[in-house]
Design a protein around this ligand. Structure first.
Ligand SMILES: N[C@@H](CCC(=O)N[C@@H](CS)C(=O)NCC(=O)O)C(=O)O
Length: 228
């Protein structure tokens, strides 16, 4: 029988922060075990999972009995604790502060705004059986466009990655959110060459891990397209 890894992560790859963590683990080759938690089947509400995370959300990490929730905290814990290339979360204070600057902003901008488009276009219609009111979607798209403008003008103004010349955990968190509307067939970077080039650089930097993490999202998109 294979030995159980000391590091376990509980993930559903339809979840954006779970994919960011998954890509980081693949790129850094940290030995770990993945426990799949299917949100659509309510597996995050079982007594067993609630024991691990009373907030009933993924991702969750368990490292030698140490339980941690919140993707931001998990990702930073892993790169702090283990010997991974410095570029992911640089030790130099100013460079690290740039990553923290983005990740703090991320949770009030990129994450809620991209997630809302997916919620309105995919999740709510799946639950109710009918599309949401068009005006709600227009509002969400406009908020997301504003956030994408800020990503371009503030974070990608003069540098190839969000926080400098090399890829960091900030790029992983961001790209996984920006990909989420693709689950509903919407490419939010369609008219944004600067962000498209950034996404290509992120894809190139992480290699196969990108498509592996997004396979479930692509499958959802393709199933929806096939129904049209
Ligand atoms: N701030 C948390 C957000 C976690 C979160 O909202 N996870 C979602 C999936 S993306 C979830 O588990 N939702 C289940 C639910 O709320 O019922 C993080 O970054 O880890």
């Amino acid at each position: 029988m294979a030995a159980r890894q000391a590091l376990q992560v509980h993930l559903d790859l339809l979840s954006q922060p779970c994919r960011a963590l998954h890509i980081l683990l693949a790129c850094t080759r940290l030995p770990h075990t993945v426990r799949h938690v299917a949100l659509r089947r309510g597996e995050h509400r079982t007594p067993e999972f609630t024991e691990i995370n009373p907030m009933q959300k993924v991702p969750v990490m368990v490292d030698n009995g140490f339980i941690l929730t919140e993707s931001d905290a998990i990702i930073k814990y892993l790169v702090n604790k283990y010997d991974v290339p410095d570029h992911w979360y640089p030790r130099q204070p100013e460079r690290r502060a740039r990553v923290d600057e983005y990740t703090a902003w991320h949770h009030t901008h990129t994450r809620p705004h991209a997630a809302k488009v997916f919620l309105l276009e995919v999740l709510l219609p799946a639950q109710t059986g009918s599309p949401v009111e068009a005006q709600r979607l227009v509002g969400a798209l406009s908020q997301l466009q504003e956030t994408l403008d800020q990503l371009e003008s503030m974070f990608l103004r003069r540098q190839p990655f969000l926080c400098g010349d090399d890829i960091t955990v900030a790029d992983l968190l961001a790209v996984c959110e920006i990909m989420q509307p693709e689950g509903g067939g919407r490419d939010v970077l369609q008219d944004r060459p600067l962000l498209q080039r950034w996404k290509s650089r992120v894809r190139a930097a992480v290699g196969d891990a990108f498509d592996q993490a997004h396979a479930v999202l692509y499958a959802l998109r393709d199933r929806r397209r096939a129904k049209l």
